[in-house]
Design a protein around this ligand. Structure first.
Ligand SMILES: [Zn+2]
Ligand SMILES: [Zn+2]
Length: 674
């Protein structure tokens, strides 16, 4: 996924780990399929009709043979599972789901709705929106059921005659990469939020039938990574995990574009919520041309992925709270919080550069904890700095390589990442691995209590992107430009994804942190242990300036001319004054005893309602002792603050005049376009 550019990570971050070095934590998930009882059944053959239909999805057939290898000791026979999604009444936002399970040979069956969806590390409990659950047997008789926990429906199936039909409804009205939305314009389906799985049967093949609104003026089509024809409403997947990795857009309003690259077909599905205008077809074409450049650049770097079709599902929705981007095996959901416009297209391309790179990094080359998934609880990983952060770094690299960004755009974005990290006091407390592990606290999780995230945490996107930069420059400098991080990514992909399958889920196996270290050491022919200990496991300051110097670049940090001295707080401007949202440790406010939630109403005798804080403070020199009027718990206080110097927050990366020819050569190799 991508971090929504409109959201401040500072208000959504996690508390520090029990160990600031991130060591000693229970990381990873040694049992990748904890909900699935080991089962025994006849060897599974790849059904000819399924393979015919999915002939373009060669990895699915590959997966079927993997299922055969990993289910030989199963206890339950394979069930025949069909999901029906009925889009009956758009105005209600209520989806109707039916699950038909045949060949059921067990006395009871648990139907479980995931608590979370892969790609977003937050427990949402999608079951909150389930209503009207019921279960019936082969003769239509009602089957008794109960709920042992909030996400599970336990159905007694002894008298079911081998066939179970479960029906329920799901309320869905959120357009994001995590939830689903059903209204008069479309059904945007994130499958894990609506489809229950049958406990113990996640590896079984499934069929999905979509029934569009019966009385729609124009027929609604289904767009997804499954879809091979415009009138296709029935789909097969080799198992539940694959089905929920296929978001769907069902609508009659989409603009469709298509292009080819490396013999593969890329579809672009654009749904705009803005006022319809005559420029939309041109803008959809402009978006597609940009996507074509990004795809070409990323496909040139990484091995061709094992699919024939990839689908970009793109929404432009000016009226939503936040945008989103979510990666899937051969599709992505991109949701832009704006009209379909030139700016909207630009933002969509930046998001797409990230999401498309995920098809390698995280969807196939994946952390060990991420797949097969335990949908009932958190799947912890210390490696999101690699999975998300390096994906962000490579999105910047490819926006440069394909020509959408200039060299200056690229360097400016990196400088912005450096600024963000260096303005984060949490970098001294939380490592990249610990930030990854604690993603569940802050990856768009609802916060039920006040937290100190702004001071005590870092972003694995932000630090991970900078680690990508440093690792790339370090590999290049250690090998005199002969190797780069590109080679490390390819090495890992070949060794781990193209290697022997460890589970039914996908080819290959998930990686651990030691695999990343091994890849770096092998490709560079040198030892990265110290780098890992200091900057990935540890909280040492990143050597940004030193690494940039190796490629003849210089980091310049300056303040705005005439900038006001600082109180060293984060705050919100309100109708009644300045509300402090974080007090920076050791800064002016901290030393003076100001607290979070204090309301600053005056500086000296001047109102902070009628004028901005920065404007008021410009009249004082750094070091001045200035009295503030403060409201705390409805009491008024007077607190004097000794002002800090202005914050140096202008970060820029430029060519160093003193660069040697060797350094300049490394730089040009790094920044070369395709
Ligand atoms: Zn991402
Ligand atoms: Zn839509």
């Amino acid at each position: 996924m991508t971090l929504n550019p409109g959201m401040s990570f500072a208000i959504n971050r996690c508390v520090r780990s029990t160990s600031p070095e991130g060591k000693g934590l229970a990381i990873g998930n040694p049992n990748p399929e904890p909900n699935s009882t080991l089962r025994r059944r006849p060897p599974l053959t790849c059904p000819s009709a399924l393979c015919l239909l999915l002939s373009s999805f060669c990895y699915w057939c590959l997966a079927a043979s993997v299922v055969q290898a990993f289910t030989a000791a199963d206890a339950f026979a394979e069930a025949q599972i069909t999901y029906h999604l009925r889009l009956a009444r758009p105005s209600t936002h209520i989806l109707e789901v039916e699950i038909d399970a045949g060949k059921v040979d067990q006395p009871s069956l648990d139907f479980v709705l995931p608590a979370w969806a892969p790609g977003r590390y937050a427990i949402y409990d999608f079951a909150k929106n389930v209503q009207e659950f019921n279960a019936h047997g082969a003769q239509g008789e009602a089957l008794p059921w109960s709920q042992p926990d909030k996400d599970t429906w336990h159905v007694e199936t002894l008298a079911a005659g081998g066939e179970v039909r479960v029906r329920y409804r799901v309320y869905a009205n959120d357009l994001t990469g995590s939830f689903s939305q059903f209204d008069s314009t479309h059904a945007s389906i994130t499958p894990a939020s609506i489809y229950m799985y049958l406990a113990g049967h996640k590896p079984d093949p499934v069929t999905l039938v979509v029934e569009p609104p019966p009385d729609a003026e124009h027929p609604w089509q289904v767009f997804s990574g499954f879809t091979l024809a415009a009138d296709q409403y029935t789909f097969q997947a080799p198992n539940y995990d694959r089905m929920v990795d296929m978001p769907m857009e069902v609508s009659s309003e989409c603009l469709i574009r298509q292009f080819e690259d490396h013999g593969k077909t890329f579809r672009v599905v654009v749904h705009s919520f803005g006022q319809p205008n005559k420029n939309e077809p041109q803008l959809a074409t402009k978006l597609t041309e940009g996507l074509q450049k990004i795809v070409a650049s990323e496909m040139a770097m990484m091995p061709a992925p094992d699919f024939d079709h990839y689908t970009f599902l793109v929404h432009f929705a000016p009226d939503i709270a936040a945008g989103d981007g979510m990666e899937h095996l051969n599709s992505t959901e991109i949701i832009i919080r704006s009209e379909l416009s030139d700016d909207g297209v630009r933002e969509a391309l930046e998001t797409a550069a990230h999401e498309f790179f995920h098809l390698w990094n995280v969807k196939r080359l994946r952390p060990a904890a991420l797949g097969p998934f335990d949908y009932t609880r958190e799947d912890y990983s210390p490696s999101l700095w690699f999975a998300e952060g390096l994906t962000s770094y490579y999105s910047y690299v490819h926006l440069l390589r394909c020509g959408i960004w200039s060299r200056q755009d690229f360097l400016d974005r990196l400088a912005g990442e450096v600024r963000d990290l260096e303005n984060d006091p949490g970098r001294a407390l939380m490592s990249a691995e610990s930030s990854s592990f604690h993603a569940w606290f802050y990856d768009r999780s609802p916060q039920m209590q006040e937290t100190n995230f702004a001071n005590a945490t870092i972003s694995y996107y932000n630090k991970g992107a900078l680690l990508g930069l440093l690792l790339d420059l370090e590999v290049r400098s250690r090998t005199n430009g002969q190797k780069s991080l590109d080679d490390v990514m390819r090495w890992m992909y070949q060794k781990l994804y193209a290697g022997p399958a460890a589970t039914y889920y996908l080819p290959g196996r998930g990686y651990e942190e030691k695999d990343v270290l091994l890849a770096l050491n092998t490709v560079s022919g040198s030892d990265f242990s110290e780098f890992f200990a200091h900057y990935i496991e540890g909280t040492a300051e990143l050597p940004i300036a030193e690494e940039l110097a190796k490629v003849g670049l210089k980091l310049n940090v300056t303040g705005e001319a005439g900038a006001a001295p600082s109180v060293s707080i984060l705050y919100q401007q309100t109708d009644t004054g300045i509300r402090i949202t974080a007090v920076r440790p050791g800064g002016a406010a901290d030393r003076a005893g100001l607290s979070r939630d204090d309301l600053l109403t005056e500086v000296d005798t001047l109102s902070l309602v009628t004028e901005q804080l920065g404007t008021r403070l410009k009249m004082y020199p750094a070091g001045a002792e200035v009295p503030f009027t403060v409201e705390r718990h409805a009491r008024q206080l007077r607190i004097t603050v000794k002002l800090d110097p202005p914050v140096a927050d202008r970060y820029a990366i430029a060519e160093a005049p003193s660069a040697t020819p060797a350094q300049a050569s490394l730089r040009e190799g790094w920044l070369a376009k395709n």
